[in-house]
Design a protein around this ligand. Structure first.
Ligand SMILES: *Cc1c(COP(=O)(O)O)cnc(C)c1O
Length: 711
């Protein structure tokens, strides 16, 4: 695919017998293979936790005696040989799903995204959009899809969150240590950096290119922090989602236009160009410019490229869409008009959007008009999107609006606990992962003995609680925290109590405080002596989102109340690591968005595949997944006015907790102390949700419905 081969740095000094650990640390395949993780943790578990699961730093810091001991330990070496046999087989595999279903395909897919959530050590994501993009790349690798990812490398990553004693979110930004991350600088044959150039009003800007290896799938990230660039430009890729619109539009120019140039420089020749959200829409212009340069008119160029463009929208509210004031477009894109052979007005017309406060240049409009593949991310979101954009097709009939949907999924093995995976392997057979989306296979869930599944569930909850207690202990010892903050971070959690998780971005439409609406009623619910309940909150607000930060504060003030007995907690710094503990450890995953604002949501899918039960508003994916027996709904399957909905949903939430969830969890237990009716629901949830809401099903749908729809 590419003519450039990146070289692994040789900064490891490892015993020869185990020296391929260096190579493994630079391929994120290890992140979804628990045995590969054990190759590191078994050398020095303490250090593995201390370096926060970063294998590159781990290998640099590991003591020589520990490495030597591993290299001489037959049990370790057996695991080592087994993992590398699996790794090599995976990398070389030729009978992948894609190869078998599309043997003659010469297609190549480019996937553009502003953020990618691949692992907590590479914090270039803010939330669901990024995690979805990361899961998309991992699944591409699994099914053998010839796909290449393109994005930006943020030198400070996304912020870390700290909550003050008064509940105010503080954002901590630290420069990332690129040498300690799985980033390989792309170099030319003469050893110098391969760079691309993008024009800005103050002159051209250079960007270098980093490769991240995700199994078989490469991801390329652009970064402008180079000494040849002026200081202001060097900062361009410092952070994800600047509030400053100048920096934002510049980042989007770099991603869209620079991204195409980078792929060309690397020698790729994609046949499908996928934009994950509107941030990458400028890509359309660069692709047209290439053809105009070869002599086509702008109209012809758009007509030629349109069939190959795919656009995914994730935004169900008009205000959430990415758009720019026209003066900003004049400032940053004026140089492009003559190159495209069009006037300023023709250019603005490409994406003109009328807002109550004036006209804007809308990134989703640009993409929707110039992509023949267009999709929303759930069935309901498809409906909402067709309604929202019908004016672009001059119709009142939403059925005529050509926006389809592909419901999101999650990369199963990234999110599934090792013990659940082992259980499925035991009862479904060693090749179960190849048949992940085979619904018939999932009927075998009935063969798993209830007590075995329940024992794993309890183990995972204990593991999670111990982890949060350890985090609290660290805070307590480190100092700088008020005792109440230590309790608020989970010091008093109980591993034997019904536990509800609520973790998501703190945007107001997600209504994190809905469950706190009638606080006295909630206290009664959670403090019943024989049937206590714990609620774990986590989530970040965008640093510029004042209402989001106020919402955190509102929640935190409740968390600090002694009356809740330390049973309502707020876990700081929600990231993929914390997400994994939560989705694997809680009993119930609660989600209370104001319908229909949750385009899809994915965290509930991660919880379900680990045996937690969803308890959610019928919005996004859950509206499709809920069947009456695989979790619980909050509120009706209807759109209501905001205030009416808040009231109705809060009432529904409390009532379902009181009358159904708590009695089911603490109710009828069999001779093994297993709540059999609960476990029946868990099995129903795993059976119906895991195959359907996987990236396996999702990506195959992308291939058939969007990527190769004309073949
Ligand atoms: C999965 C995930 C999300 C997305 O979850 P939603 O269901 O969309 O709220 C956000 N952040 C992290 C860290 C995740 O792992």
């Amino acid at each position: 695919m590419t003519t450039y081969k990146t070289k692994l740095p040789n900064h490891f000094d490892l015993p020869r017998r185990i020296n391929r650990l260096g190579e493994l640390s630079y391929n994120l395949w290890w992140t979804w293979n628990p045995n590969a993780q054990r190759l590191f943790s078994r050398i020095d578990n303490n250090l593995w936790e201390r370096v926060r699961h970063n294998p590159i730093i781990f290998l640099r810091k590991a003591e020589r005696p520990a490495l030597n001991a591993a290299a001489q330990n037959p049990i370790y070496l057996e695991l080592y040989d087994q993992v590398f046999a699996e790794f090599d087989a995976y990398m070389r595999r030729s009978d992948t799903w894609f190869a078998s279903t599309h043997p003659n395909s010469k297609d190549q897919i480019a996937y553009f995204s502003m953020e990618f959530g691949l692992h907590e050590t590479l914090p270039i994501y803010s939330g669901g959009l990024g995690v979805l993009a990361g899961d998309h790349l991992k699944e591409s690798s699994d099914i053998g899809l010839p796909l290449v990812g393109i994005g930006l490398l943020y030198t400070e990553g996304y912020f870390s969150q700290r909550i003050t004693e008064d509940g105010w979110q503080e954002a901590i930004n630290n420069p990332l240590d690129f040498e300690g991350l799985p980033l390989l600088l792309v170099r030319k044959e003469d050893g110098t950096e391969l760079t691309i150039q993008v024009e800005f009003p103050d002159g051209p800007v250079q960007a270098r290119i980093w490769e991240v290896r995700i199994g078989r799938t490469p991801l390329y990230l652009l970064d402008t922090n180079m000494s040849i660039n002026p200081p202001m430009v060097r900062q361009l890729t410092t952070r994800l989602y600047w509030s400053d619109i100048n920096l934002r539009v510049m980042q989007e120019v770099l991603l869209g236009i620079g991204g195409v140039r980078a792929l060309r420089a690397l020698g790729f020749n994609p046949t499908v160009w996928h934009m994950n959200e509107g941030h990458a829409s400028f890509m359309i212009l660069e692709r047209a410019r290439e053809l105009v340069k070869q002599g086509k008119t702008f109209e012809e160029a758009l007509a030629l490229t349109r069939p190959h463009n795919v656009f995914t929208t994730h935004t169900p509210v008009p205000a959430g869409n990415d758009e720019f004031p026209l003066w900003l477009i004049d400032k940053y894109l004026a140089t492009m008009w003559p190159e495209l052979g069009i006037t300023r007005d023709q250019f603005i017309d490409l994406a003109r959007h009328h807002q109550s406060w004036g006209e804007t240049f809308s990134m989703p409009v640009l993409a929707l008009r110039n992509s023949e593949g267009r999709n929303a991310v759930s069935e309901l979101h498809g409906l909402v999107s067709r309604r929202m954009w019908k004016h672009l097709w001059n119709t009142e009939n939403v059925e005529e609006v050509p926006i389809t949907y592909v419901t999101n999924g999650v990369h199963t093995t990234t999110w599934m606990a090792r013990r659940i995976r082992a259980l499925l392997e035991k009862y479904f057979g060693p090749d179960w992962l190849d048949r992940l989306d085979d619904f018939e296979m999932w009927e075998n869930i009935e063969t798993i003995p209830d007590h075995e599944l329940w024992a794993v569930r309890n183990h995972l909850k204990r593991k999670m609680v111990l982890y949060f207690e350890e985090r609290s202990r660290q805070r307590w010892m480190q100092g700088g925290y008020h005792p109440v903050q230590v309790i608020a971070s989970g010091a008093m959690l109980d591993p034997y109590v019904l536990t509800i998780g609520f973790a998501r971005r703190f945007a107001t439409y997600k209504r994190a405080s809905l469950v706190l609406k009638d606080f006295d009623r909630l206290l009664k619910i959670i403090n019943q002596p024989n049937r206590p309940v714990q609620i774990l909150f986590a989530g970040k607000a965008h640093p510029a989102d004042e209402p989001g930060k106020q919402l955190i504060q509102e929640v935190y003030r409740r968390v600090k109340k002694a009356e809740n007995g330390g049973r309502i907690v707020f876990l700081e710094d929600y990231d993929m690591n914390l997400a994994r503990y939560l989705v694997q450890g809680v009993d119930v995953w609660m989600n209370t968005p104001r319908r229909p604002n949750e385009a899809s949501g994915t965290s509930g899918m991660k919880a379900a595949l680990n045996g937690a039960l969803n308890f959610s508003v019928l919005d996004g994916w859950w509206r499709e997944a809920y069947n009456g027996d695989n979790g619980w709904a909050i509120g009706p399957d209807a759109d209501l006015d905001a205030e009416v909905q808040d009231e109705a949903d809060a009432e529904s939430l409390y009532e379902t907790l009181e009358k159904e969830i708590i009695p089911l969890y603490y109710g009828d237990r069999d001779a093994n102390d297993v709540p059999v009716k609960w476990v029946r629901r868990v099995k129903e949830s795993m059976r119906t949700i895991t195959p359907q809401f996987s990236t396996r099903r999702m990506l195959k749908e992308y291939v058939e419905k969007l990527y190769l729809r004309n073949e």
